[in-house]
Design a protein around this ligand. Structure first.
Ligand code: FAD
Ligand code: SIN
Length: 528
């Protein structure tokens, strides 16, 4: 079965939805998403969106904070236009109906680690839910947009599917759409598109502990890599310092905004440890806070540290953090009276599919924005709340080239249907769950917050075995979401390990025991 649209959008988070709304003014749009539309990292974003919205703040300060967090690897031009275009994108979101927290009639601006000013626009502590709600309501009402839920994108279609040899060195690869598994009808459809936007988000599920929901399996980076797009900076995985530690909680995030409102970190002996690691203490950038916690846990042999906001008035805590307050209470922790046990967890993929300043990838007709993309904004470490901002700015900037490309091209009508000859319905499902668990543990143990050459070598050996076994199984099996996600997670793990091995220094989020200092000669993006 073949579907034809002017624009194909893969993913229904902030990047995909805000692009879809703009593209729909220029043609027909398909939004393909692998679960219910709302399921995305966006929906779980808590702290907010960084933007200069107040006269006491300045673009220069936001730019300087972003560059400092990025540890020498940000593209300064990208940082400058993202920061400067931020306020206009926030106003557009409000015009789409997003309602943000206000105080005395003005936007209430929160503060987070690494920011020198209060500049986080937020909807209490559930900003992403509000952004997703507003965008989805507009998307559902738009006559030019069709949303395909429970549709899993398998592969980007390029010249490779026309039987041609495609290599990463070939400068003229084109994207003609994607093969997509309709999960409910168990059939693979061909989606033909003039312009395709990859907005599939991040890959936190590659790690055993993550703040990301189940959808974050790195499918976009893996598909783009297989299609021979350029991928950059995959070694820079951001670990959020404060994820709830509780046997029944599935890595629930305790927002950095809680530290912004004065919460302090203690070890289990009751010692406040952050001032020993950085003069900014609890408000240091999150790589520093995550490493300090990791160090405390390893030194003291403990499973968690404590985050305490209970010295602030109870009414203030409940008003600012209703979602965190309610969730912790469900687990028996009253944050207005007692500290919260927390641990670091994988949170954000700073690298991804390499794009230019307009979201163009190295494949013609393929654009990328949001967490799947590496635009040059984050460098070696993302500043808190800069990712929703990046997605909004780049989905806006990608519109013009995507429309222009679509105008100059037609649908490719000679694309063969998905070939599943020689495959059968798999019997041995245990391989998928076993290999997935093993991969996530290997990544957590050997490619985590603190790395070394020895640990990376171990991870590489084990990942290669998982790859060979999984590929052999894949070649014989009918496609399914679970198996394809595993393949994609293995591809992303391989890219993280390979990029980490290429970077023989410590910079930003990439900390190597055997190369503990930054090296000037290594200060350039890692390209695969
Ligand atoms: P997502 O929102 O993740 O959307 C990706 C979409 O692609 C989903 O709909 C998914 O189902 C779909 N998809 C994936 N693979 C496929 C496939 N193969 N086929 C079809 N569909 C597919 N950032 C901030 O700036 N501020 C914050 O306060 C903040 N808080 C956060 C809190 C949490 C708990 C988490 C997890 C992240 C937070 N982040 C925050 C990061 C931010 O939420 C994400 O980086 C951002 O939302 C990514 O948006 P996106 O549109 O690129 O991807
Ligand atoms: C948080 O609320 O701490 C998350 C902010 C972010 O990831 O940018």
């Amino acid at each position: 079965m073949t579907e034809r649209f002017d624009f194909l959008v893969l993913g229904s988070g902030v990047a995909g939805l805000s692009f879809a709304l703009r593209a729909a003014e220029h043609g027909t749009v398909a939004v393909v998403t692998k679960k219910a539309s709302v399921e995305s990292n966006t929906n779980y974003a808590q702290g907010g969106i960084a933007a200069v919205m107040d006269g006491s703040d300045s673009f220069e300060q936001h730019i300087a904070d972003t560059l400092e967090a990025g540890a020498g690897l940000c593209d300064p031009e990208v940082v400058a236009f993202v920061v400067r275009e931020g306020p206009a994108r926030i106003r557009e979101l409000m015009a789409f109906g997003a309602r943000f927290s206000r105080e005395n009639g003005r936007l209430h601006l929160g503060r987070e680690g690494g920011h020198s000013a209060h500049r986080i626009v937020h909807a209490a502590d559930a900003t992403g839910r509000e952004v997703e709600r507003a965008l989805l309501a507009n998307v559902r009402a738009h006559p030019n947009i069709r949303v395909f839920e429970y549709h899993f994108a398998l592969e980007l279609i390029t010249e490779h599917h026309l039987g041609q040899h495609v290599s990463r060195l070939r400068p003229d690869i084109h994207c003609f759409g994607a093969y997509v598994l309709d999960e409910r009808n168990d059939v693979v459809k061909t989606f033909l598109a003039k312009s395709t936007l990859l907005a599939t988000g991040g890959s936190g599920q590659v790690y055993l502990h993550t703040t990301n929901p189940a959808i974050a399996t790195g499918d976009g980076v893996a598909m783009a890599y297989r299609a021979k797009a350029r991928i950059a900076n995959m070694e820079f995985v951001q670990f959020h310092p404060t994820s709830l530690y509780h046997p029944e909680a599935d890595s629930f995030l305790i927002s950095e905004a809680v530290r912004g409102e004065g919460a302090l970190l203690y070890n289990q002996a009751g010692e406040r440890f952050m001032p020993r690691y950085d003069p900014r203490a609890e408000l240091a950038p999150r790589d520093i806070v995550a490493r300090a916690i990791d160090d405390q846990l390893k030194q003291r042999g403990e499973d968690y540290v404590l985050l305490d906001i209970s010295h602030r008035p109870a009414g203030h805590i409940r008003a600012h953090f209703p979602n965190i307050y309610e969730t912790c209470l469900r687990y028996g922790i009253d944050i207005t009276r007692e500290p919260i046990p927390v641990v670091p967890a994988a949170h954000y993929q700073c690298g991804g599919v390499l794009t230019d300043a307009y979201g163009r990838t190295s494949i013609a007709g393929l654009f990328a924005c949001g967490e799947v993309a590496c635009t040059g904004l984050h460098g070696a470490n993302r500043l808190a709340s800069n990712s929703l901002l990046e997605a909004l700015v780049f989905s806006h900037r990608a519109l013009e080239p995507a429309v222009e490309y679509a105008r100059g091209t037609g649908w490719r009508e000679d694309i063969p249907p998905w070939d599943d000859s020689g495959t059968v319905r798999p019997q041995e499902w245990v391989l998928v769950s076993h290999n997935r668990d093993e991969l996530r543990r290997v990544m957590w143990d050997y490619v985590g917050i603190v790395r070394s050459t020895l640990r990376l070598e171990r991870a590489e050996r084990r990942t290669r075995l998982l790859y060979e076994e999984t590929e052999d199984f894949y070649r014989r099996s009918r496609v399914s979401t679970g198996l394809c996600e595993l393949r994609n997670m293995i591809a992303v793990a391989y890219l993280i390990i390979r990029s980490a091995r290429m970077r023989r220094e410590s910079r930003g989020l990439h900390y190597m025991l055997d190369y503990p200092e930054p090296v000037e000669a290594e200060c350039r993006p890692t390209l695969v």
